[in-house]
Design a protein around this ligand. Structure first.
Ligand code: GLC
Length: 821
């Protein structure tokens, strides 16, 4: 079954059948103002924080056919009553002649034909503004004149989203809407919870005269709400009752009587849903009543994405790879950087979740070329919730910057996560390599303290924050000398008691040490570089001496020394992350690295992706924690948890296995599912978080689309490791690891203010190995292209010597090779 197609020229995915297996969504705006819009026009919009400042009422658990957050009705006089239908299909579900939802970059454009009326609605947030614009065009396709009314509707949420869902008296007692009619006939509806009256008002308005309006859901649906969203009874009246709600479930419905449309005639209406200070609302609302401003804003949205995507443009012989790596994957990276794991159809933006420390640190690494300033701003926030001892608070709320310890407050567990702080070391390092902005290291940022006000908190430079992160892991090791797990590491769902140790944290530490060594070398801080080298060597020894299980690395040690992820276990024998990260950290080398990856291939791989672990735990076991709350094959319990897949791709490139890295890339490419979405069910234009594994009867079913670390890491795997263009402190390193079949590829890469036009040729059809690099006609030594002061530069790369070199020794190999020529 197929629900749509990719239109790469327009950078869109076009949904042509509205009955997708689950709602397929897109994002408009940013966390500053925006949210999700589904493919039938429903929307979940917030400003600054979905939990604390939510605007529309979108309940994902309701069936797909239901009105959610926003919708629109058209009506045509028929006999004594009206024919009423929604151009978005939902909630009236009429038969359509055409239905298209164009999932664009920062916009959703729904084009439909129902009952001889063509409707085209572009939904977007103008860059930097705090409104959602819906630009509506209706065209009469009939042979006769038609009298058409257009009624857009919004349903509001209480700003405190959790309260909206858990309170049925206080919330409705506080909800209020006021109406203002302007001299030109337009109407402005202001909605607020009573306590927000003087502070922030939501507003809904349009640019054309309004016949009448409704703000009380009960009156709109009619018959004590035995009228329904599929057939709101008040729409059978000539006009709405103009009531200004003083309590209850508040909505904003504007009835526009467009009058007669001749055959072929089009009329345009623009609505705005926004939020501003009360004194500013009327003024703000004027801007997008002006159509020139609407058109200009839509153009500037396109320019933003042109610029963002132009930083890294890749042309390989594989069209599906190109479409993903140039459009959909970087767009998803921008989405995850904005929304962390905070707001999607699956991450409900409620309760104590907030912005995750480890999640956002990883997201940052996916957007560094495109929006480095946004990445830096987010890293500042993350560093400000790092504790003086170097560990980090697990998450924070962006509006208040209050942070919490996540689930680690549970009894019997350590009160911290063992991994969070090690991700920010990688993020800052990647940022420096991309931008060369070493001044950032000197910026002073406070350490977090719940007890102290901001101005009294201890401060340290960014570099000091990184050193402390390293010290925390160094100081918290267990019986084998491995880092303590804390409440959990990257795998949130293995929650071992007491002083359990984590092999993945050892590896994350190893990777972070490599970053610190490179940074210290670059800064000329030799004593620190030497110390980190010694730390790396020490942990490498510990991992190799205590964690090798014969054919793979174990994943954890429980407090009593029992291994997890070992042949000795009947369930959870092997975990992917212990293998991929042991290679990525530089701890596993040579045959051992290859053997570990072979074990992943043999025991964990499926044609739908690599499973996180195997076999699944079959029954709840409180000593293991969250992982055993899932049936075998689901999520972290042996599911294809997609985030782990790019790490295996990266590890395969480090051992020089380009064909296998690319096989792993293709088997999780959602675009490859497009022609038979079947069991997959989720959007083909973004990575989901999880796919059910082959131990589950519904093997292949995806869920939790959009907000997953899969996005940043698959983008990094594709661009830095497969295509192999890696920012380093000294320049752009070129070290591809590609399928042997490729003749080569081209990349336009903008890096530190210069544009590099890179052409790689692969005449010998090998996976890895660079024989020569010629920059602006001059051969360079090694495979690092220098940093330039702007301008355009040609880079010709000839692949020619196969290397199975693991880790990052490639550069020296190539240097030796070129020196010998
Ligand atoms: C979810 C969490 C992430 C965690 C992963 C694995 O995606 O957001 O922080 O690393 O699950 O448990």
């Amino acid at each position: 079954m197929k629900y749509g197609y990719f239109d790469d020229d327009k950078r869109e995915y076009v949904i042509t059948n509205p009955k997708t297996p689950v709602k397929w969504t897109n994002y408009v705006g940013t966390l500053a103002f925006g949210g999700i819009v589904d493919h039938t026009g429903g929307s979940l919009i917030c400003k600054g924080d979905p939990a604390l400042n939510r605007i529309t009422k979108y309940m994902p658990q309701l069936p797909s056919s239901q009105f959610k957050g926003e919708g629109m009705y058209l009506r045509i006089k028929e006999g004594d009553g009206y024919k009423i239908f929604s151009p978005f299909f939902v909630p009236t579900l009429d038969a359509y002649d055409k239905y298209e939802c164009h999932v664009g970059l920062g916009y959703q454009r729904i084009v439909s034909e129902f009952h001889g009326i063509r409707t085209e609605v572009a939904i977007f947030v103008p860059p930097g503004e705090h409104v959602v614009v819906r630009d509506i065009n209706v065209t009469n396709l009939r042979k006769e004149v038609v009298e058409l009314d257009v009624i857009p509707v919004v349903e509001f949420s209480h700003f405190d989203a959790l309260k909206q869902y858990t309170n049925a008296d206080w919330v409705p007692q506080t909800m209020t809407v006021d109406a203002e009619r302007n001299a030109d006939g337009t109407v402005l509806l202001r909605q607020y919870a009573f306590m927000k009256k003087q502070y922030e008002n939501n507003f809904f308005t349009s640019n054309v005269p309004v016949d009448s309006f409704q703000t009380d859901r009960k009156e709109f649906l009619g018959d004590n709400e035995y009228g329904t969203w599929a057939n709101p009874l008040e729409l059978q009246n000539e006009s709405l009752s103009n009531s200004e709600a003083r309590r209850g479930d508040t909505i904003a419905a504007l009835l526009h009587k467009l009058g007669e449309l001749a055959p072929g005639e089009t009329k345009r209406i623009v609505t705005q849903l926004g939020q501003d200070e009360p004194g500013m609302v009327a003024e703000t609302a004027k801007k997008f009543r002006c159509l020139e401003n609407v058109d200009a804003a839509f153009r500037s949205l396109g320019q933003f994405w042109d610029e963002y995507l132009s930083k890294n443009w890749i042309e390989t012989p594989d069209a599906a790879f190109n479409s993903m790596v140039n459009i959909h994957n970087p767009r998803q990276c921008h989405t995850t950087m904005n929304w962390s794991r905070y707001l999607s159809l699956y991450q409900l933006g409620l309760g104590a979740r907030g912005i995750g420390f480890r999640d956002s640190s990883q997201d940052v690494m996916g957007v560094l070329a495109g929006v480095p300033d946004d990445a830096r701003a987010l890293m500042r926030k993350l560093l400000s919730v790092q504790l003086p001892n170097g560990s980090a608070m697990h998450q924070f709320f962006p509006l208040t910057m209050e942070a919490n310890e996540g689930d680690s407050r549970e009894d019997g567990h350590k009160q911290w996560y063992g991994d969070d702080h090690l991700w920010i070391v990688q993020a800052v390092s990647a940022y420096l390599k991309e931008t060369g902005d070493y001044g950032f290291l000197k910026e002073e940022i406070p350490f977090y303290s719940k007890a102290l006000p901001l101005e009294k908190r201890e401060k340290g430079t960014v570099l000091e924050h990184l050193h402390r992160a390293m010290e925390f892991t160094q100081a918290n090791t267990g019986a084998h000398g491995l880092p303590l797990l804390g409440f959990a590491d990257w795998n949130d769902c293995v929650n071992l008691l007491g002083a359990a140790e984590s092999v993945m944290i050892a590896n994350l530490y190893g990777r972070a040490l490599q970053e610190m060594i490179e940074l210290m070398d670059h800064l000329g801080a030799q004593p620190a570089a030497e110390k980190y080298r010694a730390d790396h060597a020490r942990m490498k020894k510990v991992v190799n001496e205590t964690c090798w299980d014969g054919e793979w690395f174990v994943r954890y040690y429980e407090e009593d020394g029992t291994p997890i992820g070992s042949k000795q276990n009947s369930e959870g024998q092997i975990y992917a992350n212990a293998q991929s990260w042991s290679v990525f950290s530089g701890f596993a080398e040579g045959d051992r690295a290859e053997q570990a990856l072979e074990s992943v291939h043999g025991k964990l791989n499926t044609d739908r992706g690599i499973k996180l672990s195997w076999p699944g735990y079959n029954g709840f076991d409180p000593t293991k924690g969250g992982i055993t709350t899932y049936p075998p094959g689901a999520k972290e319990n042996g599911g294809i948890f997609l985030h782990t897949n790019p790490w295996v791709m990266i590890a395969e490139t480090l051992v020089g296995n380009g064909d296998r890295a690319f096989q792993y890339y293709n088997q999780i490419n959602p675009a490859a599912r497009n022609d038979d979405i079947g069991r997959f069910e989720c959007e083909p234009y973004c990575y989901p978080q999880n796919i059910l594994g082959d131990e589950h009867p519904q093997f292949g079913l995806a869920r939790n689309s959009w907000l997953s670390g899969t996005s940043s890491w698959t983008y990094q795997a594709a661009t830095k490791f497969i295509v192999g263009i890696m920012p380093t402190h000294g320049g752009l390193e070129i070290n591809p690891c590609i399928p042997k079949a490729w003749d080569g590829f081209k990349v336009v890469r903008k890096f530190r203010g210069a544009t590099y036009r890179i052409e790689v040729e692969n005449p010998e059809h090998i996976s890895k190995g660079v024989a020569s690099v010629v920059v602006d006609g001059e051969p360079v030594e090694g495979n690092v292209v220098p940093v330039f002061d702007g301008g355009e530069h040609s880079v010709e790369v000839l692949m020619g010597r196969e290397s199975n070199d693991a880790g990052f020794g490639m550069k020296n190999k190539v240097q030796e090779a070129t020196a010998a020529l």
